[in-house]
Design a binder for this molecule. Sequence first.
Ligand SMILES: Cc1ncc(COP(=O)(O)O)c(C=O)c1O
Length: 389
Amino acid sequence: MAIPDPSKRLEAMPPYMFQELERRISDKRAAGIDVISLGIGDPDEPTYPHIVSAMQEAVAENANQKYPSNRGREEFRRASAEFYERRFGVEIDPESEMIPAIGAKECIYNLCFAFLDPGGVALAADPGYPVYTGGPVLAGATPELLPLLPELGFAPDLSAVPADVAARARLMFLNYPNNPTGAVVPEGFFEMVVSFAREHEILVVHDNAYSETTYDGYVAPSFLATPGAKEIGVEVFSLSKGFNMTGWRCAAILGNADAVQTYWRLKTNVDSGLFEAVQMAGVAALQGPTGPRERMNETYVRRRDLVVSALREIGVDVNAPKGTIYVWAPVPEGHTSTSFSELVLEEAAVVVSPGSMYGPSGEGFFRISLTTPDDRISEAVERMRQHLT
Ligand SMILES: Cc1ncc(COP(=O)(O)O)c(C=O)c1O
């Protein structure tokens, strides 16, 4: 007896982008080759100790072991609002303008189901985090790509969005500091987004996954600090990267109260909220000292500089990013993203991500993640230097 075929929506999805990479790595490792992966952006250092202690305490409390409410613990809502005020100068009403999310990925996916009907349109940064296109496809809608243009500092040209597409669009997914390009938001861009979204009645979803991971004195703003942003937008704030908490699934949606409410309505039908012990750990993260994050960023900057100087030595013309955990670089002449990534894997046993994995506008680039210990990064760049010059 055969089980039914997967749904047409699922069949319409491209394979999970790391699947093929993971298979190749495990084949090589099975053959005894020491592969160094600079592919996936998952912080290698542990979650900061004060967060782990708060979790240990919270998890032992019976009150935290029940079904959570989707609205979230008051403490987590308040701590998020206070963090937004202190860190970004953005006022958030903890009652109506914030609820927890089980990671940014869940939030972005569910926003698609909350706002898109079959046949609807979402605008998605290209290259971009895959859920910006996968979420709409699974919701039966169409993602329309917003190419991020290097000459505009990896921002899209909003005036190039065709009028009929803008008219049909209901959501727009953006993200700065940006994965995968490492770009920070160009001066004045968020203001243009606000006026575009107002004109076309689009809900802006700004994915703020990397605001705490910045270098060289750059301080990332919140999209919600842009005048008028809260009228047409929400921000998804994840603790995954800045607090080394990828496994904890701790995030929040903040901003437009009607949008937050709509997301909440959807969520009450889909999941049962964020584990309250995790919310209490989130409180400790948001209220805790900034020293651990600063030290983490010093580590990333050291790794970034190692990677950038090695790439320049082998003739790759690369900018040092001011934020995120990624170095985004053009492939050498004569290569595609995939052919270069394959060459690096075959010759140097180092995994880099082909830029085309993040969308068609990523073609011609590759991405290196800085979330590997220093000695392994040094070894990886040394191998690249030896084998690719
Ligand atoms: C831009 C961006 N958004 C969201 C996420 C996922 O965040 P979370 O762990 O909160 O689901 C990532 C992870 O790589 C990311 O790069």
